[in-house]
Each structure stands twice: as structure tokens, then as C-alpha cells.
Design a protein around this ligand. Structure first.
Ligand SMILES: Nc1nc2c(ncn2[C@@H]2O[C@H](COP(=O)(O)OP(=O)(O)OP(=O)(O)O)[C@@H](O)[C@H]2O)c(=O)[nH]1
Ligand SMILES: [Mg+2]
Length: 233
């Protein structure tokens, strides 16, 4: 009689051989799962009518131009080329949609406050972002990125006011933390936490130093209701 194991069964899924030493099995444990790891690019939205219709929950990543939004998104998702990053402010020019699970999206917004972009383009972005923030029902929370050296600018405070008024969750990433010595980093974190007084979560983040990534992942996984095991497919 032939063996009944399906042809697709992979060796990795077979139960461990009964005589295998316990320590060898423990050593093969995978690193802590990143619930955002399966995030993939979906589309660039230039007009609200293009927004995905199956969205149940989404998180918008916002902040001033060049604050490190796209870099943070890549680092949090554990990928290098998911969102485009650039030394030139104004790189992200649409609402860029990424899918982290069924009906779950991360949205990379164009940076606000960038003066060099031609007026007509900037007006279009502004209108698009304003309309999106005002009307998008699936929007659950804002991930607000601020350069740790220049936090809490008027636009940032406006976004937080907006999030609080609309009842959206808000979490602040103080980005580029590697640009400050440790002591100043901690001081800046405390100052921003005090200033916001519980209106938003606040943490530091450095993409090159992989600092604060697990903390940010936990917030997003919670907001988007992603389990560690959940696939993006
Ligand atoms: N040292 C350091 N540089 C960073 C970090 N995050 C971003 N940068 C740099 O900052 C610049 C801007 O990063 P982006 O991620 O493109 O910024 P953005 O906010 O998406 O910019 P726009 O889309 O133009 O609004 C790039 O040169 C990045 O390499 C960080 O954690 N540490
Ligand atoms: Mg960007």
C-alpha cells in the first residue's frame, strides 16, 4: 500500500523525529515573527475614487517632508525596497497603498510642508490628503513621523489635533534617532511625551540602527489586528 502523505508535504512541516535532541530543536527556533513582514505594494492613489474598496482598517503614515516616513515603513516591514525613499524632499507624491493583510492597509502619505513642489501639484496633494483624512471611514490611526531633532512643528500639532478630534488613534515615531547621542535622545523623547501628555504614544526610531522597530510593529499589529501568524495574502 502506498504512503498517504500528500505530495506537497514539505520536510519542514513534518513532526520532529522522536530521537532529536531538544537543544538542537530550540536552536532552530525562528526569530520573533514580524507581523508586517508580508506587506506588499498595492497602488498609487492620485484621486479618491481609486481608493481600495475592500479596506476594513488602515493606518496613514504622515509627517513633514523628508521626516523619514518611507524609510520607517520599510524598516518596520523588514524590507528594503517597499516604499521609495530619497534625499530629495517631496519624493512620495501620491497616497501609496501597501497591504498587510486581508482588508488591512498602510498608506504612505506625501510629506506636508514641502515648499519647492510646484504650487498646482502641492494644492492637489493638499486637497487629496485633506479629503482622505476627513472622509476615509477605514482610517483607524495615524503614524506620525517627526525627525527627532525637529519635533512638534505646527503641521505635526495640527495632525495630532485632527486625529484627536476625529477619534483616530495616534502614535509618534521620533525618527533618525541615530543622529543624536543617547542622552539627548532620551531627553527629547521625554520632552515630547510631556508635551503630548497622553494624546499619542511616542517612541524613538532609527532605521539604520534598527532601534524601536519591535515597538512600532506591535502598535501597528494591534491597530490592524494582525496576528504574528497572519499572512498578507
Ligand atoms: N540617519 C538616518 N537617516 C534616515 C532615517 N530615516 C530616514 N533617513 C533619511 O532621510 C531621508 C528622507 O527619508 P524618506 O524616508 O525618503 O523621507 P519621507 O518622509 O518619506 O520623505 P517624502 O516622501 O519626501 O516626504 C533619506 O535620505 C533617508 O535615508 C534614520 O532613521 N536615520
Ligand atoms: Mg516618502
Amino acid at each position: 500500500m502506498s504512503e498517504s502523505r500528500p505530495k506537497t508535504a514539505s520536510p519542514a512541516r513534518r513532526p520532529a523525529a522522536s530521537g532529536a535532541p531538544a537543544r538542537a530543536t530550540a536552536a532552530r527556533q525562528p526569530p520573533k515573527a514580524n507581523p508586517l513582514h508580508g506587506t506588499s505594494y498595492v497602488l498609487n492613489v492620485q484621486y479618491l475614487r481609486q481608493l481600495p474598496e475592500d479596506a476594513e482598517r488602515e493606518v496613514a503614515i504622515c509627517g513633514r517632508s523628508n521626516a523619514g516616513k518611507s524609510t520607517a515603513l520599510n524598516a518596520i516591514c523588514g524590507q528594503t525596497k517597499l516604499a521609495r525613499t530619497s534625499k530629495t524632499p517631496g519624493r512620495t507624491q501620491h497616497l501609496v497603498y501597501f497591504r498587510s493583510g486581508p482588508g488591512r492597509y498602510l498608506v504612505d502619505l506625501p510629506g506636508y510642508g514641502y515648499a519647492e513642489v510646484p504650487g498646482a501639484v502641492r494644492d492637489h496633494w493638499r486637497g487629496l490628503i485633506d479629503d482622505y483624512l476627513r472622509t476615509r471611514e477605514a482610517l483607524f490611526g495615524l503614524l506620525l513621523i517627526m525627525d527627532i531633532r525637529h519635533p512638534l512643528k505646527p503641521f505635526d500639532l495640527m495632525m495630532l489635533d485632527y486625529a484627536n478630534a476625529r477619534g483616530l488613534a495616534a502614535h509618534v515615531l521620533l525618527s533618525k534617532a541615530d543622529k543624536l547621542p543617547r542622552g539627548q535622545r532620551a531627553k527629547q523623547l521625554l520632552a515630547v511625551q510631556r508635551e503630548l501628555a497622553g494624546r499619542a504614544g511616542v517612541q524613538v526610531l532609527s532605521a539604520p540602527d534598527k532601534l524601536g522597530l519591535d515597538e512600532a510593529r506591535a502598535v501597528l499589529a494591534d491597530w490592524l489586528q494582525l496576528g504574528g501568524e497572519q499572512a498578507a495574502g
